[in-house]
Ligand binder design. Structure first.
Ligand SMILES: Nc1ncnc2c1ncn2[C@@H]1O[C@H](COP(=O)(O)OP(=O)(O)OP(=O)(O)O)[C@@H](O)[C@H]1O
Ligand SMILES: [Mg+2]
Length: 252
């Protein structure tokens, strides 16, 4: 069974950066059975991981819609999709990456989506760790990448309003059919201690704090130079903070 870590939160809070650093942390511990799932339609996880463009599954699904009545030589739809997904999977020495592409409209539970979900679930079974970088909003998590999520990290900035939004995401999740083992708040880009108001808001929202990650110039300069977050120096404050919290989270 794989361990699934999903990262969600409001736009621009650092989800993709954190996803890349989780993957890096696993790799640095010799864990290379890792599937990275880019569930953001405006995917850029590949950039943060330092690899080239990825063909999104979304385009594959479009293709399947067109060809559904004319599949090559006796192939089932499931086989066709599985085949395609395996071809779009980018394999590296340290991890594999798959990108989900564009979301469907709300309320779409079409056949292709369900198939896609099954295929992703099957694919996930081949890995020890699955790390899902979500886009802002929960549709992906609920409908397209639905599988057991062991750890959901909700990322926020260190503001009262940010924590309120994280609380809303957390409640929304409860209403959706997503199965989540443990849910944690990750406060990112903190400058010093969290304010008492932020801590109060966390308590009010019933959010459990996993980590406070610092605002770090190493992240900014890496970004400014167009270099992948995956390669941020291990001595940087953010990497040390990630190391501390992931050791706790994934211990044993
Ligand atoms: N701890 C940090 N210190 C400094 N800069 C950071 C930190 N975390 C993230 N950033 C910067 O914040 C910006 C947004 O980060 P990122 O793209 O990871 O967020 P996101 O939540 O994935 O955004 P989106 O919702 O657009 O997908 C980037 O420029 C990134 O370099
Ligand atoms: Mg992102």
């Amino acid at each position: 069974m794989s361990v699934t870590i999903a990262i969600s939160g409001k736009g621009g809070t650092g989800k993709s950066t954190i996803a890349a650093l989780v993957i890096r942390w696993l790799n640095n511990r010799g864990q290379t059975s890792v599937l990275a799932v880019d569930a953001d339609a405006n995917s850029n996880l590949n950039d943060l991981l330092g690899i080239g463009p990825v063909e999104a599954i979304g385009t594959i699904r479009e293709e399947m819609k067109e060809k559904v009545n004319n599949l090559p030589g006796g192939m089932t739809k499931q086989q066709f999709l599985e085949n395609k997904i395996h071809r779009s999977l980018v394999e590296t020495r340290n991890f594999d990456l798959v990108a989900m592409g564009r979301p469907e409209g709300p309320g779409c539970y079409c056949y292709a989506n369900n198939l896609l979900r099954d295929v992703l679930r099957n694919l996930s079974d081949n890995y020890q760790y699955v790390v899902i970088d979500n886009e802002a909003g929960m549709e992906h998590l609920s409908r397209r990448t639905t599988q057991q999520v062991d750890f959901l990290l909700i990322v926020t900035d260190p503001s009262v309003r940010g924590v309120q939004t994280a609380g809303r995401i957390s409640r929304l999740l409860k209403e959706l059919d997503t199965r989540v083992g443990h849910k944690y708040l990750v406060v990112n880009r903190a400058r010093g201690e969290l304010s008492p108001a932020v801590r109060e808001q966390m308590a009010e929202e019933g959010l459990e704090l996993l980590a406070v990650l610092p605002e770090d110039d190493a992240v900014l300069s890496q970004d400014a130079e167009g270099k992948p977050a995956y390669e941020i120096p291990a001595v940087s404050a953010i990497c040390r903070a990630m190391d501390e919290c992931l050791s706790r989270l994934l211990a044993g």
